[in-house]
Design a protein around this ligand. Structure first.
Ligand code: ASP
Length: 440
């Protein structure tokens, strides 16, 4: 039988009703044998995620203050779920052990990991699946980096022995067996690791949206969904802030050639977005997605005969390196160069950076311009479509948006444009209208 790995995010497991929906989804297909669970997320706006409750409770304990009330509130989140699901189980001894570990300063990572740990015990009971603690199987190295080889060595044989299991997301252990978590949202990574270990046909990532949208719904009204996207396209969009999935979750499944399907727990009938390494299928529209970010600055540099000066670019970049800064893009002309950097990283360093470039490169003119927004128009089908750039710039011209920078990689997978921050939303809407609404 083919195996599917399913991961449920915090909003999909926030309360008893959500756990029931998740269990129905798992039961609907016997191939859904391995389930990775997050801690209970927010039930309503203003609610607190259990992970945040755990961090805050642990910090109180670590300060030596009383944490009884904060701990009781966490216990109640789980007891409420157990009561409502009418499960014949108790987590009392688990709570006692965890509380004792808090009092003995077991560490923030240990504390945060208990949300997924306890929620997975409940979900395993509800489904009648085995519970597997990832602590002994998902391994980090001495430097705290995730170790895929060491993990596979332990996890593959363990899961081979198992018919069905629920595995907590978000954590594993260090070589000295202390608990270590991934960064926030890291249950996505656990799902990907488990899919790699069982060589799943698909990694289903269940969340509260039906996949990726072509544009940000806060900017474009009811944008359409992306049905299929490649890992490379996703990387381009994620860089510009289009997030649903933890970025590090891609590597273990990509390595094994396993597609990811983003699905909506509240609308299981939706097909969601399929993320694949390659596809012969062209996208429905010329573009796959649009994403963008505000908050960039441009360092404009001018110097006569720049193009023939050997090492000019290297010296500019060394000036940035000296100030511990990276750059995002570097479009250049014959005698001009623009270095696009994150404005936050430049704050307080403007003079030092300009002085350093001056010292190393002796430009004729230099200035910093702020309030730049970058927009990436991404699509594997752009390569074959003639006139894409023409249509893009005509849409922007009609919307009276001034384009300040253009950067198209030779892969023709994306075109990045820079516009004034105040034109950001107008530009995205104009691009969406041109490439999606007129192509419907
Ligand atoms: N519970 C963790 C967090 O809130 C991890 C996760 O849900 O993926 O970040």
């Amino acid at each position: 039988m083919e195996t599917k790995v399913v991961k449920f995010g915090g909003s999909s497991l926030a309360d008893a009703g959500q756990l029931r929906k998740a269990a129905d989804i798992v039961r609907a297909e016997p191939e859904r044998r391995f389930v990775v669970a997050s801690a209970p997320g927010k039930r309503f706006s203003g609610d607190m995620k259990v992970t945040d409750m755990l961090y805050s409770c642990y910090d109180t304990a670590a300060r030596g203050e009383s944490f009884d009330d904060a701990f009781a509130a966490i216990e109640e989140r789980f007891n409420g779920i157990i009561r409502e699901l009418e499960l014949d189980m108790s987590l009392e001894s688990e709570f006692a052990g965890i509380k004792n570990a808090f009092a003995h300063r077991a560490g923030r990572d240990y504390a945060a990991s208990r949300g997924e740990y306890l929620n997975s015990i409940i979900l395993a009971k509800l489904l009648g699946f085995e519970f597997i603690d990832p602590a002994g199987f998902i391994r980090f190295d001495e430097q705290g980096a995730f170790d895929l080889e060491a993990t596979r060595e332990r996890l593959v044989p363990r899961l081979e022995k198992c018919e069905n299991a629920v595995i907590p997301g978000f954590y594993g252990s260090m070589p000295n067996d202390t608990i270590k978590t991934f960064s926030r949202g890291g249950s996505d990574i656990t799902g990907s690791i488990v899919a790699n270990a069982v060589n799943a046909v698909i990694y289903e990532n269940w969340t509260d949206v039906s996949g990726f949208m072509i544009a940000d719904p806060r900017v474009v009204d009811h944008p359409r969904n992306i049905t299929t996207i490649t890992y490379r396209e996703l990387r381009e969009l994620a860089y510009m802030g289009a997030g649903v999935l933890h970025e590090d979750a891609i590597f273990p499944v990509r390595k094994a050639g396993i597609p990811i399907n983003i699905r909506n727990t509240n609308r299981p009938e939706d097909k969601g977005t399929l993320i694949v390494s390659d596809t012969a299928e062209t996208s429905r529209y010329t573009i796959t997605g649009i994403a963008g970010k505000k908050g960039f600055s441009v360092i404009q540099i001018e110097k006569d005969m720049m193009n023939s000066e050997v090492g000019f670019g290297k010296n500019v970049l060394r000036a940035l390196e000296k100030n511990n800064m990276c750059f995002e893009h570097m479009p250049s002309g014959i005698d001009t160069m623009s270095i696009i950097v994150n404005s936050d990283a430049l704050v307080g360093k403007e003079k030092a950076v300009l002085d350093e470039i001056n010292f190393r490169c002796h430009p004729d003119k230099m200035e910093i311009e702020n309030n730049l927004a970058l927009i990436a128009v991404v699509g594997r089908s752009m390569r074959k479509a003639r006139g894409t750039a023409g249509r893009l710039f005509s849409a922007l011209a009609h919307a009276r948006v001034n384009v300040k920078m253009i950067d198209q990689g030779s892969s023709e997978l994306n075109i990045i444009i820079g516009v004034e921050e105040e034109d950001f939303e107008t530009a995205i809407r104009a691009i969406y209208d041109m490439f999606v609404l007129t192509e419907c």
